[in-house]
Design a protein around this ligand. Sequence first.
Ligand code: URQ
Ligand code: ZN
Ligand code: ZN
Length: 480
Amino acid sequence: MSVLIKGGTLVTDTQTMQSDLLCEEEKIVAIAPSLEAPSGATVIDASGQYVMPGGIDPHTHMQLPFMGTVAIEDFYSGTAAGLAGGTTSIIDFVIPEAGTSLLENYHTWRGWAEKSAADYSFHVAVTWWDDSVYEDMGTLVRDHGVNSFKHFMAYKGAMMATDEILVSSFERCIELGAIPTVHAENGDLVYHLQQKLVAMGITGPEGHPLSRPPEVEAEAANRAIRIAETLGAPIYIVHVSTREALEAITRARTNGQRVFGECLPGHLLFDDSVYLNPDWEQAAGHVMSPPFRPKDNQRALWKGLQSGNLQTTATDHCAFCNEQKTMGHNNFTLIPNGTAGIEERMSVMWQEGVGTGRITMNEFVAITSSNAARIFNIYPKKGCLAVGSDADIVVWDPEGSRTISAKTHHSKVDFNIFEGMTVKGVPSHTLSRGRIFYKEGELLAEEGYGNYIDRPPYASYYDALQKIAGSREPKPIARQ
Ligand code: URQ
Ligand code: ZN
Ligand code: ZN
């Protein structure tokens, strides 16, 4: 199966050039001007279009059991919707209930993801701690291609990681050459404010942002960054939504600390007025955590992307339909938290980023694909246009446009936070490992085509010790 992409302008995170690109057997095999089509090859005329690495969404939650229900998007429909939007890989999350085996949960999620239409990988959440968690993290890194572990500092009583868990897990990440990631909100503060607001009779969606003010994220982000700094761990902060959290990241990075930040298109576009919509469904449909913020935060986040202090965009695609959202009809704390976006991310970031001059096309590729590949150690297999890279490619029509609607999107959810938005800049073709699955408005996704992406550890602490002292694996730190 050969596909020749002719006449396009190749755009990577570092280069822009006129060239043809040939894919064969899942890989990119040639990048050069005026390539001849091998016999039987499919030829895509990319003249007037851009040829870019397929998007990588490093933060999704397909069919997540959460807040008493299950996210409606499954691994097939979610990855298929991603292909329709130009995204060719996702990194989802295994989120064990506290007290349950990380390894067993990993295998459960692997089973769910078998149906994926595009490639996928998993961050594994550390929601509790004992020696078995310590051991399972090692097994996951060594035998299962996991190099990142998630910590929810929010969601008290559910999956909240205490500081003690952060310290133990961050230390273990250092030993293994893995990167810790955090959802940075102070879960104790949120819980306290939620109880206070409900007791005051504030039970509608307007209570959601009031229970999670910017300080709640800023404190947690700074705390996680300082813990990582003290221990010498890298750290990745997911869905950064506030100026203050960005300031903490910027300070640390300026200080030479290895801190990475992610932001979502929703936090770049929407403000907290969405929660004041008199239409309950509209307001509840925007309930996600951290919440959409007062307007000045959006400007700060764009500057974070422009300055390089935020490196990736993701969607946190965690889709609940209107009926599920009504679980919190009388109490906003029970509204399942989450919004969708995997099909919209690339076009929204193109229009609002490149289209406005905020970012260059190369920076667009960096923040929608290559940076995530580099941070999570799958570059240049993913996030790259080079001979030998996976042929995950989006052919981008900068003149094409479409109007976003839940009526026409490919997601299973019946709500879209970008409803009615007309975006200029859309995929004309999306290829996953050399096969065309989206072609000029037609989605051709195939259930089960997606492969699991192994993500190797970074040079681990053990390797360093081995090299320096030739010492054996150090004893695990005695646990309380
Ligand atoms: O917190 C997350 O990232 C998951 C549970 C999705 N929900 C959300 O509101 N962001
Ligand atoms: Zn989160
Ligand atoms: Zn999430």
